[in-house]
Design a protein around this ligand. Structure first.
Ligand SMILES: C=CC1=C(C)c2cc3[nH]c(cc4nc(cc5[nH]c(cc1n2)c(C)c5CCC(=O)O)C(CCC(=O)O)=C4C)c(C)c3C=C
Ligand SMILES: [Fe+2]
Ligand SMILES: [Fe+2]
Length: 311
């Protein structure tokens, strides 16, 4: 590893390792001007404090059901290790947005390692101001001016064929040829207001589903229906629609396969929200079978896709 002069930095959201870190996650998230798009820092700080205080205990109960921590950290660490084993040209690091390791600390390490060139790979296939922009800006804010211009970032990678093949493989693993599943691509939601201001996330998400639909058909993987819905609404504002709750109502007595399309590694939104919370909803709606696909995580095929995405 000593001679590696290029850094690949995986950017992700972070997640709670314990209740204190959930408080940290929520506080940092709602203090992010890309998430709460309020101009006044002071007002945002106050609202972040109030939301965190209100949400913490209720949200922690969800983490108790998945082993008192989010799986996002260990899974991202595994992905970093696999990249370091398989992508010899780069030394791979991870930076999280709302829990450690933070950009400021990882940048110190990068400078000590005398890295000369940096590639930022936000682990978000579709661009959003709330995720990609927030993470990239945060990193660049802490990078000293003296580092120079030898830094580039991957804006999105939902069109990458090798990546999409990983998704199709995961879907294929979950069905038999004669099954008659409805597939729902479930995306993390976004306030409608953010989309109306020009965030391309919804547009890219729709295009991503179109690309995958074509690939499924080409592979002879037939579904009764192919759908897109949005999970994880927070607060009273209007978010992207249809919501996953509404979408599931269409499938009484039918089979549903969920693919979590916003994420690269599994996290509390997949392991708790999709696998536990929406499973209850599906059972109550009389859905005959309800399955959730795994994210691409640190699979060999995804490591190959990363090589192609950053080249
Ligand atoms: C206004 C609130 C939120 C916006 C906008 C938002 C966008 C957004 N988030 C992800 C990915 C993840 N979000 C996760 C958790 C999470 N998200 C919000 C709120 C907003 N997200 C909250 C309050 C939480 C915490 C859990 C909860 O209280 O419901 C996670 C999981 C992290 C983990 O612990 O494992 C991920 C991943 C995307 C992709 C996105 C916009 C495109
Ligand atoms: Fe979120
Ligand atoms: Fe959620």
């Amino acid at each position: 590893m000593e001679n590696r002069k290029k850094a690949l930095v995986l950017l992700n959201m972070g997640g709670a390792r314990n209740k204190d870190e959930l408080k940290m996650f929520l506080t940092n998230m709602f203090n992010d001007k890309n998430i709460l798009t309020i101009n006044s820092n002071l007002l945002r700080k106050l609202i972040a404090f109030i939301i965190t205080k209100r949400r913490l205990n209720e949200a922690w109960k969800n983490y108790e059901l998945i082993g008192n921590k989010s799986p996002i950290n260990p899974l991202t660490e595994k992905l970093v290790d696999r990249c370091n084993e398989e992508i010899k040209e780069f030394k791979t690091y991870q930076v999280m947005r709302y829990t450690p390791p933070f950009a400021q600390d990882v940048i110190k390490e990068i400078l000590e390692d005398e890295i000369e060139e940096i590639v930022l790979l936000p682990l978000y296939p579709q661009y959003s101001t709330t995720t990609t922009k927030s993470s990239v800006e945060d990193f660049i804010d802490y990078l000293p001016y003296s580092f120079g211009q030898n830094i580039r970032y991957i804006d999105n990678f939902y069109k990458n064929e090798a990546f999409n093949s990983c998704i199709i493989d995961e879907i294929e693993k979950n069905i038999e040829k004669e099954d008659d599943f409805n597939i729902v691509f479930s995306a993390h939601g976004l306030p409608q207001k953010i989309v109306d201001k020009g965030d391309p996330y919804e547009e890219q998400m729709k295009e991503h589903v179109e690309i995958l639909s074509k690939m499924l058909k080409e592979k002879g993987l037939n579904f009764k229906s192919i759908n897109l819905a949005y999970q994880s609404k927070v607060g009273p504002m209007k978010w992207l629609e249809p919501s996953l709750d509404e979408k599931l109502k269409e499938f009484k007595n039918e089979k549903v396969l969920i693919y979590p399309l916003s994420f690269i590694v599994d996290n509390s939104e997949t392991d708790f929200e999709l696998a536990i919370e929406y499973k209850h909803i599906a059972d109550n709606l009389g859905i005959k079978e309800y399955k959730v696909c795994k994210c691409v995580n640190d699979s060999n095929a995804f490591i190959e896709a990363i090589k192609d995405i950053i080249k």
